[in-house]
Design a protein. Sequence first.
Length: 206
Amino acid sequence: MFGAEEERMALAEAYVGLLSTIGIERGLIGPREVPRLWGRHVLSSAVVEELIPEKSDVIDVGSGGGLPGIPLAIARPDLWVTLVEPMQRRVDFLQEVIEALGITNVEVLRARANEVDPKGRADIVVSRAVAPLAKLVGWCLPLARMGGAMLAIKGQGASLEVTESGGLIKRAGGGKAAILTCGESKLSEADDFTIPATVVKIERIR
């Protein structure tokens, strides 16, 4: 997660502050989500770093307000994170956040997933609350290199989505999907709004 380093923790807290103020003003975050921002959104994004190899090139598809890409970039300075987002107002917010926090291992790309060029570059492609898995595999797997993987943060319906998307995963060049849980031990003592992250991992095999 953010480890014991005070600087990283301070950056994460500052990010939550921006989400709960500017993020709400611009319609990126609902007011009811404010009490849950730290646990349910930021921490549950950051713990996915457990699945990301050192010095990976990471693409966050449909980044929105920067989840999970910004928490991952804060938690792991060794990563290079590209936030892919098609909506200009969200792109503006992301750029302001990066500048305000002084994060140097993040870039913002205004584009849809199918517009990203070059494809097949990323070690890891992450997504959170973007679309059903059946759509995500077609968007995310082409962006990953051979042997790379997509990590889709999902909820309780992850197993059903995997079952329903089996043929699409194969056609998109993916291997067998694995459903993993991240941060269970780290989050168990956190606030009541914190939940571990359920992640569908699919490696690109062709």
